[in-house]
Design a protein around this ligand. Structure first.
Ligand code: SF4
Ligand code: SF4
Length: 350
């Protein structure tokens, strides 16, 4: 379960996966409601809780929330930019039982990282926080969001993960919707860059076997088949927004035909088993005939519903990334975007 505690963040990355319309702090769930939701999540069988945002450290009650999650028996992972995490806060999080930290990096130099994050001095503070994370001994994953400006730095980014003592690096290429779509010309990598990155990942995985796990989330559009979005809609994960809406995937709000239940009105169990948004694309019954008759239907579950709507204009269509889709030509056309040097459209601040 991903708990988006807040949309408040000191950074303003131009690819931020938060929605274009951000939730104000005054509409966020309070501490007691989150604590109840964590307890309901554990009862439902959820094992892992990812505390995200925005910047989760922007919540003054972050330590209380970790305490509540651990008391509920959940494994807790803090997904943070590091900016705004003080030494005292890290120590308190350790005492509260936080299990794991996932630290995002916007680049391997201060110049690039601060430009991408729209926050001067952010890289230096992040490196300081990384040192403290290592001293405390939190298991660390480095989260590197990659695009045209930093994909060529992939070997150095992997080296940075090792230097910081990370056990795992998640190399996530920008997916173009929301804020990233508004910056597509500025951020989309070239086909050559993506091929080189795939080769780097393969070689580095072999070289660093046993020392560093490298997860690579390749950009969808450069592949022949879609990914299994969320491991299958409504099958293994759920997202809760800062105001308590429960989503089958973090971008599901881009599908206007769906409405979402809220944890202040219903229990998590009732939502998971009974909410129409969760059953809309669960399993294989909803699939178009092309996917129904395909031997990959239990592998990728027909791909991403948000992408089907955004590119094919039909939320029930085969994901247009798929080579079998009649809409694949639309994705191929998107691969040829002209690189733009226009200024970034930064994510709004709340
Ligand atoms: S992507 Fe950037 S702006 Fe968005 S929440 Fe993460 S650090 Fe903040
Ligand atoms: S036709 Fe559907 S199930 Fe088959 S590979 Fe394409 S998206 Fe996946």
């Amino acid at each position: 379960m991903l708990a988006e505690l807040t949309h408040v963040c000191p950074l303003a990355c131009p690819y931020c996966s938060n929605p274009m319309e951000l939730t104000k702090r005054s509409n966020e769930l309070d501490t007691d409601t989150w604590a109840r939701v964590f307890s309901e999540a554990a009862d439902l069988g959820i094992l892992q809780l990812h505390l995200s945002g925005g910047e989760p450290a922007s919540r003054r009650d972050l330590v209380d929330l970790v305490t509540a999650a651990r008391e509920a028996g959940l494994y807790t992972n803090l997904i943070t930019s590091g900016v705004g995490l003080t030494e005292a806060k890290l120590t308190a999080l350790d005492a509260a039982g936080l299990d794991h930290v996932q630290l995002s990096v916007q680049g391997i130099t201060a110049a690039l990282a601060d430009r991408i994050g729209g926050y001067k001095g952010g890289f230096e503070r992040k490196m300081h926080v990384a040192e403290r994370i290592a001293e405390i001994g939190f298991p660390l994953t480095l989260n590197a969001v990659m695009h045209r400006h930093n994909l060529d730095d992939l070997p150095a980014t992997i080296a940075l993960a090792q230097r910081l003592g990370a056990r795992r690096i998640e190399v996530a290429c920008v997916q173009f919707h929301g804020w990233a779509e508004a910056n597509r010309g500025q951020l989309q990598p070239t086909v050559d860059q993506v091929h080189a990155a795939k080769a780097t990942v393969e070689a580095e995985r072999e070289r660093l076997k046993g020392a560093l796990v490298i997860d690579f989330v390749a950009p969808d559009w450069f592949s022949d088949f879609p990914k299994a979005c969320m491991g299958g809609w409504g099958s293994t994960g759920l997202n809760i927004t800062p105001s308590g809406d429960v989503l089958p995937c973090h971008a599901a709000e881009t599908i206007p035909s769906l409405t979402f239940a809220n944890v202040t009105q219903s229990s998590l169990s009732d939502i998971w088993y009974g909410d129409a948004a969760f059953s809309a694309f669960r399993g294989t019954d909803w699939m178009p005939p092309l996917c129904q008759s395909c031997d990959r239907r239990d592998i990728d579950f027909g791909g991403c519903r948000c992408q089907a709507l955004a590119i094919a204009g039909d939320v029930t269509a085969t994901d247009p990334v798929c080579r079998k889709s009649p809409d694949r030509a639309k994705v191929d056309a998107l691969l040829n975007v002209a690189p733009s040097d226009a200024p970034f459209v930064y994510r709004a601040r709340v």
